[in-house]
Design a protein around this ligand. Structure first.
Ligand SMILES: *[C@@H]1O[C@H](CO)[C@@H](O)[C@H](O)[C@H]1NC(C)=O
Ligand SMILES: *[C@@H]1O[C@H](CO)[C@@H](O)[C@H](O)[C@H]1NC(C)=O
Ligand SMILES: *[C@@H]1O[C@H](CO)[C@@H](O)[C@H](O)[C@H]1NC(C)=O
Ligand SMILES: *[C@@H]1O[C@H](CO)[C@@H](O)[C@H](O)[C@H]1NC(C)=O
Ligand SMILES: *[C@@H]1O[C@H](CO)[C@@H](O)[C@H](O)[C@H]1NC(C)=O
Ligand SMILES: *[C@@H]1O[C@H](CO)[C@@H](O)[C@H](O)[C@H]1NC(C)=O
Ligand SMILES: CC(=O)N[C@H]1CO[C@H](CO)[C@@H](O)[C@@H]1O
Length: 496
């Protein structure tokens, strides 16, 4: 599944530069501090990076940075090119995925526009259409034998991977996914890695309206035969990981964001803003010495189901997991109608508590915003972004965000300005998510907050309780139960 390559080893000119550096007198750097690192951040530098990402997206046929696309490959190369290999050990961790390219579908010889679903295999299938009752998340939804048939399943409640595995186990030769909201399922993913014991079958996605039309025909007693082709390509997509050469590698502060966008647009707030904030901080940090190692990661395939981060956490040994004292994750740093939202690590607002250390991280963010006189609010610590797999592994986590498709309340309007009753980001997952729609005021404040946290923990872990494997495991089990409860909420169902 994975291909590791260390970029330190590749270029001859890289080696020459390293030799030249060896002849220089050793540079003694000032120890990092929160005010000094914050001082290095300027909005025009962040904005230039956002423009670069947009340029990368617009130079490609799809005008996006979705995994498996030239736009995402160029994003990864850009991140890599910006990291100083005298200061960081940089690793590209490859994750292999089957990416959907295109599809054709006919029902009783009438063509329907369909999209190949990422992670599902390619194939050409013909067979009678069978409607799966409910949402196809439970064994009980699969009563009739599906041998030789194509299953029609609605989106919602559980990841599509679970539905497709169940359909395949009951003999279905392919699946048609119908959307549960407006829009196409272009770029949609099964959201879970294939399991050799529970294989997937070819899957294509259609709109809500197209699905309803098929259901109406079947309801009227018409037998439908469908023919579908689905084209996929095996793509290796990369997590970029950079860790300071200096510092205590047994007590790491891990700071992350994701590098991919959705299919609909260049993804500049979601989550190019996080990508750029981290890149700028990683660049500025090289001016300083650190006591604790700082690890930056840019995850791949977040939009396809947090796959890059999940893969990363899965392949870590327990000993390696124990070395991560805190994971901080950043997305949506420049939402036009922002609120300064902090993940509810102590469970005080949403009753979902993170592993030991998560509460302290939340309090530190709050103290930072208080210190500069900015209001802040809390958001559910629900695992909806790349910190999710870390929580499940019992690793303390935290983060901040400006908001996605949620609606700003009157109370938040009084705290942050902007517009009440309007989404935090009207362009969330749309083609309007461009450099023109960033809130620069929020972006620089968020970036400074990231710099504060990075510097604080690069200096000392005194304010975070020591790791306790027993306690971590207990928390992790508890998180598992909380997650089940969360998965029944409306918020989750709009996401899967
Ligand atoms: C699907 O993609 C492949 C590879 O890019 C291309 O050769 C083929 O023509 C496409 N088929 C359709 C139906 O668009
Ligand atoms: C589907 O059919 C096309 C053309 O008939 C063929 O090129 C392709 O290899 C087939 N795909 C699979 C997965 O069998
Ligand atoms: C639909 O198919 C079933 C079983 O194959 C068959 O019994 C039935 O007569 C068909 N109905 C129509 C309207 O063709
Ligand atoms: C918080 O969640 C726990 C389960 O994790 C539940 O037992 C408890 O009743 C919840 N408390 C509130 C105030 O909702
Ligand atoms: C913070 O929120 C209060 C309302 O709760 C508001 O009066 C105040 O102006 C806000 N402060 C800032 C800096 O926006
Ligand atoms: C670790 O946590 C467990 C359970 O909360 C507790 O019983 C134990 O004393 C703790 N161990 C240390 C070394 O703090
Ligand atoms: C899928 C998606 O929208 N990506 C993430 C971008 O950032 C927000 C805020 O953290 C996350 O909620 C999203 O999951």
């Amino acid at each position: 599944m994975a291909i590791f390559k260390s970029i330190a080893a590749i270029a001859a000119c890289g080696a020459a530069a390293a030799n030249a550096a060896a002849f220089q007198p050793r540079q003694y750097k000032t120890l990092v501090s929160s005010p000094a690192l914050i001082d290095t951040l300027h909005i025009d530098n962040l904005f230039k990076r956002a423009e670069k990402l947009q340029e990368i997206a617009y130079a490609t046929p799809g005008k996006n940075r979705v995994i498996g696309s030239p736009g995402h490959e160029a994003t990864v190369a850009y991140i890599q090119s910006q990291l100083d290999t005298n200061y960081y050990d940089v690793t590209l961790q490859g994750v292999q995925l089957s990416v959907g390219i295109n599809a054709t579908l006919t029902a009783n010889n009438k063509a329907i526009q369909a999209y190949a679903t990422t992670l599902a295999p390619a194939g050409n299938v013909t067979g009678p259409l069978a409607v799966i009752p409910n949402l196809g998340c439970e064994e009980a939804d699969f009563t009739a034998a599906l041998t030789g048939k194509v299953a029609l399943i609605k989106r919602g409640t559980c990841s599509f991977g679970i539905k497709v595995q169940l359909a395949a186990a009951h003999g279905a030769s392919a699946v048609i996914a119908t959307n549960n909201a407006e829009g196409t399922l272009e770029g949609y993913s099964l959201q879970v890695f294939p399991d050799p014991a529970k294989p997937f079958v070819p899957t294509v996605g259609i709109t809500l309206g197209q699905g309803e039309s098929l259901l109406a025909q079947i309801g009227a007693g018409v037998n439908i035969t469908v023919a579908l082709t689905s084209v996929a390509k095996l793509a290796t997509t990369y997590n970029v990981i950079a860790e300071t050469k200096e510092g205590d590698h047994d007590n790491v502060i891990h700071v992350s964001g994701h590098s991919d966008s959705v299919t609909a647009g260049p993804g500049i707030n979601d989550n190019g803003s996080g990508t750029c904030s981290l890149l700028e901080i990683a660049t500025q940090l090289t001016k300083f010495a650190v006591k604790n190692a700082v690890r930056f990661s840019w995850w791949t395939a977040e939009e396809a189901g947090l796959l890059g981060a999940e893969y990363y956490v899965k392949q870590l040994s327990q000993a390696e997991k124990d070395k991560i004292r805190l994971l901080l994750d950043f997305d949506m740093m420049a939402s036009p109608n922002f609120a300064y939202q902090i993940y509810d690590g102590d469970g005080s607002a949403f009753n979902l508590t993170g592993p030991v250390g998560s509460a302290e991280a939340e309090h530190e963010f709050a103290a930072y915003f208080d210190s500069i006189g900015l209001n802040h609010t809390e958001i559910e610590f629900d695992g909806r972004s790349d910190y999710g797999p870390f929580l499940e592994a019992g690793i303390a986590a935290g983060g901040i965000a400006g908001g996605a498709e949620g609606i700003k309340t009157q109370e938040e309007f009084e705290m942050f300005g902007g517009g009440a009753g309007v989404p935090y980001d009207v362009n969330y997952h749309e083609d309007g998510d461009t450099v023109n729609n960033l809130n620069l005021e929020a972006w620089i404040e968020f970036s400074k907050a990231i710099a504060h946290m990075t510097a604080k923990y690069a200096l000392s872990w005194d304010s975070i309780p020591p790791k306790n494997a027993t306690a971590a495991r207990k928390r992790s089990e508890k998180y598992g139960h909380m997650k089940e409860a969360f998965q029944k909420t409306k918020r989750y169902q709009r996401w899967v």
